[in-house]
Structures are given as C-alpha cells and as structure tokens.
Design a protein around this ligand. Sequence first.
Ligand code: TRP
Length: 464
Amino acid sequence: MTTSRAQWSSRLGFVLAAAGSAIGLGNLWKFPYITLENHGGAFVLVYLAAIAVVGAPIMAAEIILGRKSQLSPVGAFGLLARGRPGGARWRAVGYLGVLAGFVILSYYSVVAGWTIRYIVMAASGRLGELAHHPEALQGFFGAFLASPGEQVLCHSLFMAATVGVVYFGVGRGIERTARVLMPLLFAILFALVVYSIPTPGFGRAVVFLFRPSFAELTAGGVLEALGHSFFTLSLGMGAMLTYGSYMRRQDSIPHATLTICVLDTLIAIMACLIMYSIIFSFDLEVSKSSTILFTTIPVVFFKLPGGAIVSGLFYLLVAFAALTSTISLLEVVSSYTIDELGWGRRRASLTMGFAIWVFGVFSALSLGSVGSLSRINLIGRESTTGVFGTLDYLASNWFLPVGGLLIALFAGWVLTGRECRDELEGGHGGLGWSYGVWRFLIRFASPAAVGAIIVSVILGAEYQ
Ligand code: TRP
C-alpha cells in the first residue's frame, strides 16, 4: 500500500467534497421537475425509499472499494478482483465508469454553463426586463440555445473552472473548493427557503410534497425515482469510489454515507419548496418542459420583492452546486490516467479536460437543432434528438444502472462479508445488526431494484 496517495484532510473534508459531487443539477433542476410531473407526495416517498434501499447501500459499497484498494475504479477492480471469480474482467466496470464520466461531463458542463449567462444577466438587469414578459424570456432562451458562439463560450468557461480545480489536486483543489462553496450553497439555499415561507404558495408546496396520494403514482414514476436516486448520489460510475480512495482510515464510512445521503435529500426537498412556493403563489401554468429552471423561475422571482438580487443568488447557487459536481466527474477520468497510465496530475487534468471540452462542443452545437424546447430532456428517460440527448440517454439509462448493478454484485458476492465488514467498521467501531442490514440490501435488494430499471429500459427500448 502506498502512503503517498493524497488524502482529505479531515472527515468533514471528505463529506463536503462527496456531498458536493452528489448535490448538483440533479437536485436543483431535475428533482423539482420530475416531482412536479409525478404529482409530488407518493413519488417523494418512493424516492426516499430508493435512497435508503438502493442509494445508500451502493454508496457505502463504492466507498469500501475505493478505500480498500486506494485506487481509482479501473485499478480498484483490477486489484480487488485478482484471483477471484471473474478476475481481470471486472476491470471493465472501471472502464465503463471512466467512459460514463467522460460522457456525462461533456454535456453536464453545457447546461452548467447556462448558469453563467444567467448570473451575468441578473447582474446587468437584463433578466429583470425579460422576466416581465414571459414570452420574451422564452424567446431569449431559445435564441441562446441556438447561438453556437454563446453555447461554446459558456461551456468553455465552465470546463475551464472545472479543470482549474482538479489541476490543483485533492487537497488544494477539490477539498478547498468544496469547503468554500458548500457552506455558501447551504446559506443561499437556506435564505431562499426563508424567503419562500411567507409566500402564499408555501402551504400548498408543503402539502404537495408531503401528502402522498398513491392513486397518482405510476410504475414509470417508481422507476424514475429509482433511476434518479443513482444520478443524484453520483453513483454507478466510480465517483464515490474515487473520492473514497482518498478517505482516511480513521474516518467512518457509515457515518459519511448517511450524512451525504441526508444532505443530498434535504437540498433536493428545499429546492422544491423554494420553486413550488413561488410557482403556486402565482398559479402559474407550468409547462411539462424541463427548462422550467431557466424559463419559469426567473419570471416568478421578479414578481416578488428583491427579484434582481434573489435571482442572481439563485443562479450563483446552481453554478456552485454544478461546479462541485463537474470536478468529481473530471476527477474520475483524470485519476484513471494518473493511477493507470502514470501521468502527472497537471497533464491528466489538462489533457482530459481538453478532450472532454471538445466532445462537449458537439453537444453545445446540437442544441440549436433540437428545435422545440420541450424536447430537451437533460437526464430524462426518453431519448431525445441530437448529440446532447443521445449521450444523456446512454449515460443515465445504461451506464449508471449497469455500473451500479455490477458494483453491488461485486461488493455483495465477490468480496467476502469479512472484508466488507472490516472496511465498514474501520474508523467506526462495531456495527452490530446494522451490518447485516447493509449486507442484505447490497446482496439482494439493491441488485433486484437496479435490475428492474435495466429490464424496464430494455423493454421500453423494444416497444419504441
Ligand atoms: N450527482 C450530480 C447531480 O445530482 C451529478 C453527478 C456528479 C454525477 N458526479 C456524478 C452523476 C457521477 C453520476 C455519477 O447533479
């Protein structure tokens, strides 16, 4: 075992970095939108169950694999699978993760880049002018998507920021960024929740989120909740595995897992409270369009006092959340070249960042041809047109669930119970019965649930 591997400086450092990876566009943009589409209440309950039964156990499994091997995904599977059933073939799970990181980052950075445009617009007052005329804002957004120059510029800026962080490494780059941005993010979000409480729609938002009506729950909704639990927790591609490989042995994996899952869920719920309160306050007709974050939200902000400041803060919040996620995606890809190809960190971050940037340019340029805004479905279940939609469809419907299933099977059936227990209890102390619960979930419940997602995607693809 090497002692030269970089480490988080403290337990909090790991938790903030990993929560930073988990909390992103998935929480602030996707969750509020799919919850609205799935009628709230019951969907939220299913989502909470999915986090507990599938998300949390697989997150613990990823961290176990990372900390035990002290390597990024490809090397981790290579080392841990040696001399066991499947042998070196398990390395494929690592490669799948690197590929998924590459693909997801290329289009995620494009959407994350939109926040830069909106921050600038909020600051210049232009957003306020547009927001008073919803059609004007729609028109602006459509033109913005179709503008190759602006799309490439925003994507480039966001990728540059991402590379700029990963370049400086685990401690000085990733951890330091998370330590600054995450508390700011919590503070902004908290302030916005406080701001939304006195609005007339707040009560309705709470009822919508917490009063389950099971009649409105569909099988598709259950699968969507399951699939989203993966994306939102950054699971299935070795991001948590890679971050886990920098975790100190004296820190507790169960505690960290629990904290990250709770924070991620809280933030998603808070984002819903903020957006629904203001949407319900004005009885706005919300289109099914997944662009609500960029076309509906500004309109509502400017109906309330302090719209300019609040909307500026809001897009800053989204940008921060997205940045701490994009750095984790780039770290997976870079650390592969560092651990397996022997590259230095600077070369790794610059080269891989550049390659992903090039790939992302294709996504950025494909948006204009999408035509109708409502067809843009960043991480949805349906395949959309263009490079952007295709990549997103591949990654969220295939790479992540397949990766997650294999990670669960590896931890549950290839590693011995003793090995997992040692890693989970290292830095934590005796786990008692809760270890048995985790073992049951990772061997049976998680693979069954993830298997159901995969089967549904296969059937869905055939019926199209
Ligand atoms: N979890 C992030 C979000 O909700 C996205 C993300 C970052 C991610 N790293 C990942 C998703 C790794 C899957 C795998 O926005």
